[in-house]
Design a protein around this ligand. Sequence first.
Ligand code: TYC
Length: 102
Amino acid sequence: DDDGDGDAAVVVDTKPKTKRPPLYKVLLLNDDYTPMEFVVAVLERFFGMSHAQAFEIMLTVHKKGVAVVGVFSHEIAETKVAQVMDFARRHQHPLQCTMEKE
Ligand code: TYC
């Protein structure tokens, strides 16, 4: 660093950085039309939750508007979002699923 003594020291050694890839939260959003049992089925099918666990998370989304349903690598998160959106579209439900960097 330039501490005013005429030289300008340079950092030659740095911490070996093993950069882990970022993780992404997959979020499920509430709406007024998607049936509760459909949301439960989505959480069981695509997120490997038990029926009780899926029901609990569904109720959280219903009451609070949104909930994190899982945390994944970018590629896996994108796949989950696409699977949920496609499944909802095929059943003509407006259910929305998104992802965001943790
Ligand atoms: N609010 C919906 C209903 O009352 C149920 C619902 C829950 C919808 C969670 C979407 O992500 C959701 N039928």
